[in-house]
Design a protein around this ligand. Structure first.
Ligand SMILES: C[S@@+](CC[C@H](N)C(=O)[O-])C[C@H]1O[C@@H](n2cnc3c(N)ncnc32)[C@H](O)[C@@H]1O
Length: 274
């Protein structure tokens, strides 16, 4: 675990994530009831881009309470989910039992992935709201490369780093499509935000977080530096959460309304270990 030092940014983040697990399980955002009834939690972008997962050994980094991991299990993958939150791992195992899906869940930080989740995976997967929690993308990418077998694939869908720069104080999208923060900020950014993204009616007790504003260049360079060959880097005009007020809900995604200038809201990368 990340230690007991209250100044440790990962310990601060862990306390926040521990509090969020039960809130998220009960939220409309995560649609656990629909998942239990047989729906997938994976959105169409991921399902289209990741490729065939059937009978593949798949490692899901930062799996939260396991919804996406178990959705891959339903598609026939041999899944392992990894997350540093003990509560999330307990909840994921419980969800696996309730749904009768075979899965392994490992409590570990991303920088311990290779050591604790092992190697020889066909696919390493991660998505939506993950990289800002990681201090060091070189360590992240090295762990991915070590976990993958030769020829194995890494896939990620993630919020676009441009989102960090936008205003989020306005109520209309035209007020929020303004750059108010630097794209290039080093080190952890300390935030105080008691609002839960999945359940905005809740006020979080653990409202502090430390987040890293990695640029798109850093992400790609870290993967390439770890020996992964980038197959594609796609930028998208849609995102699965309402990152700034004024984005319109359209099916599975949020988008900039048609009468405002479009910007990339997310990206996806697929890369192969040589
Ligand atoms: C927003 S969730 C992303 C997963 C998925 N998109 C979802 O919404 O269920 C982020 C997850 O990252 C985990 N996490 C944050 N920092 C981590 C770290 N250093 N190592 C492992 N897990 C971490 C949190 O516990 C949380 O479950």
């Amino acid at each position: 675990m990340s230690g007991k030092n209250p100044d440790d940014p990962l310990a601060t983040n862990l306390a926040r994530w521990e509090e969020q697990v039960d809130i998220h399980i009960g939220s409309d955002f995560y649609r656990v009831k629909e998942f239990k009834a047989g729906e997938t939690s994976l959105d169409p972008l991921i399902l289209t881009e990741i490729g065939d997962v059937k009978a593949k050994r798949l490692l899901h980094l930062q799996c939260h309470f396991g919804l996406d991991t178990l959705s891959f299990a339903r598609m026939g993958a041999d899944v392992t989910g990894l997350d540093f939150s003990p509560k999330a791992i307990v909840a994921a195992r419980q969800l696996a039992r309730e749904t009768g899906l075979a899965a392994r869940f490992v409590e570990a930080r991303v920088d311990e992935a290779a050591e604790k989740a092992g190697t020889g995976y066909d696919i390493v997967f991660s998505s939506w709201g993950v990289l800002m929690w990681l201090p060091d993308l070189e360590v992240w990418a090295r762990n991915i490369a070590t976990c993958l077998k030769p020829g194995g694939l890494f896939y990620i869908a993630e919020g676009h780093p441009l989102l960090w720069t936008l205003d989020d104080e306005g109520t209309k999208i035209t007020e929020n499509l303004r750059i108010v923060r630097s794209y290039f900020l080093e080190g952890p950014q300390r935030w105080e935000n008691a609002r839960d993204y999945a359940e905005p009616s809740v006020t979080l007790t653990h409202f502090n977080s430390s987040e890293w504003q990695h640029t798109l260049g850093e992400v790609v360079t870290a993967l390439a530096g770890a020996g992964l060959r980038i197959e594609f880097l796609h930028e998208h005009d849609r995102l699965v959460w309402q990152a700034v007020p004024g984005l319109e809900s359209k099916g599975d995604y949020f988008q900039v309304p048609a009468d405002a200038p479009s910007i990339p809201l997310s990206y996806s990368i697929r890369a192969q270990k040589a």
